[in-house]
Design a protein around this ligand. Sequence first.
Ligand code: SF4
Ligand code: FES
Length: 381
Amino acid sequence: MNALTPNRPAVPAPVGLLAELTHRCPLRCPYCSNPLELDRRSGELDTATWQRVLTEASGLGVLHVHLSGGEPTARNDIVEITKTCADLGLYSNLITSGVGGALAKLQALYDVGLDHVQLSVQGVDAQNAEKIGGLKNAQPQKFAFAAKVVELGLPLTLNSVIHRGNIHEVSGFIDLAVKMGAKRLEVAHTQYYGWAYVNRAALMPDKAQVDESIRIVEAARERLKGQLVIDLVVPDYYAKYPKACAGGWGRKLMNVTPQGKVLPCHAAETIPGLEFWNVNDHSLGDIWRDAPAFTAYRGTDWMKEPCRSCDRREKDWGGCRCQALALAGDAAATDPACSLSPLHAKVRALATEEAAETPPDYIYRTIGSNVRSPLKEEVDS
Ligand code: SF4
Ligand code: FES
């Protein structure tokens, strides 16, 4: 038991660590989950600090490390960092766009023990995909990268973030995953935080499109049993109940930013007043147990009604704190994605309205942009 918190029950170990090695990325996806204010290269943690963080993660009981970004292969030390994971017995998953220098580093990553690759694909049609990702000539690079992953015998997961600009391609994504030799496909409807929140009107599909995409996935799951696993993340705004965001606040995951701040989820910095501790000042174990940002919404004591007395409160943990903040103006409110939230009907109506309008142009993810999040403007107006 920790000396600072004598009466608090022991906190179970985190399962996963999302290592956001850098925010640099050749792609500029308008739904990127990185914060609007991206960390610059000059402030990134150095190799030795990442290696110390990974060692502490292993000691804490972490099993999986997701090497992410931005584009993690933009780091010159990605091979060293991956080797450290292997040396520590941590399962390493490279979350990559497959463009830029990714292919050139793949063999070395394999040689030092990389376990798994998750490759993003923005679209099936090359022109559409490259419009969404904001980078010309990305698609052939991704195809070459995927071919090399499969040739090396590494398990490949394709990740497709779905929105109104590519929802017509859901069956194409499934065919593409089979053609590429992927073991798994994530059909992940956009979650509206970070850049996706400011681009919501450009990204929001309508309910009929969403229902059709779910039908296509369910049919393909049957057809491709034993060949391809398809994970489906349904869009919150059209859901009945929210998801257990990040597996529940401070329960399973830690997210380390390029500059070393440790977050309970990737969008936690949008919540005002939370105090984040940095790996430069604290050990990962102390942060997990005692950092104010982790204890703020851990468990159920912080909940208000209807979550407080709901029998799903230890299933979905009240949904997403960041979405509650964005839509209800209160991070401790019930996630308005939940049909039991008093704001649910308003949020659903908002999605329906946006999906019916002509989509505006994308606001592309850019380091040093002046884009600001229009928090809770809808529910206040
Ligand atoms: Fe989950 Fe809260 Fe909705 Fe119950 S009221 S289903 S705990 S979000
Ligand atoms: Fe922060 Fe869901 S993204 S709790």
